[in-house]
Design a protein around this ligand. Structure first.
Ligand SMILES: [Cu+2]
Ligand SMILES: [Zn+2]
Length: 173
């Protein structure tokens, strides 16, 4: 219900957008840590979930925090993408939590060869309206995102996911 209200307020209306026009985006990842890959986002209309596909190689095996950050600014590498995209100014959380940053997409899992290939849907991230993530950044972290569930002082801010090993800008496809 909360999501529906938010969508109504922030522009998911046939008065404001063409609900039949699917939007697609691509992220070409850049890295100084040998990570190579891309992420695509697609959303058939503003009332439907966004579908996210991740294809990455060169990671260390295990889970890596995976977020949409506020800025699509790579002028200082991944460091200049700002914090997690968080227009509601709430605490960090898991993708399925009621309270989470819009950008909180949890973790991606790299296999023993450092390959992460996955896809999932998200109902909070949108490619439409004033809360669109188009032009913002995607960041893959060195460590696991604790999803706001530990006692670490950064848990409810960043998930304590460590350094930034790859990033890119969410561009119109
Ligand atoms: Cu992040
Ligand atoms: Zn977050």
């Amino acid at each position: 219900m909360k999501v529906l209200i938010v969508l109504a307020i922030f522009g998911c209306s046939t008065l404001l957008v063409n609900a039949d026009q699917a939007k697609k985006a691509i992220v070409f990842l850049q890295s100084t840590a040998g990570v190579v890959g891309n992420v695509t986002l697609s959303q058939p209309s503003c009332t439907e979930p966004v579908f996210i596909e991740v294809s990455v190689i060169g990671l260390t095996p295990g889970k890596h925090g995976f977020h949409i950050h506020e800025k699509g600014d790579l002028s200082d590498g991944c460091a200049s993408t700002g914090g997690h995209y968080n227009p509601d100014k709430v605490s960090h959380g898991a993708p399925n939590d009621q309270v989470r940053h819009v950008g909180d997409l949890g973790n991606i899992l790299a296999d023993e060869h450092g390959i992460a290939k996955t896809s999932f849907s998200d109902t909070v991230v949108s490619l439409y309206g004033s809360r669109s993530v188009l032009g913002r950044g995607i960041v893959i972290h060195a460590e696991i995102d604790d999803l706001g569930k530990t006692n670490h002082p950064d848990s409810l801010k960043t998930g304590n996911a460590g350094g930034r090993v790859a990033c890119g800008v969410i561009g119109v496809l």
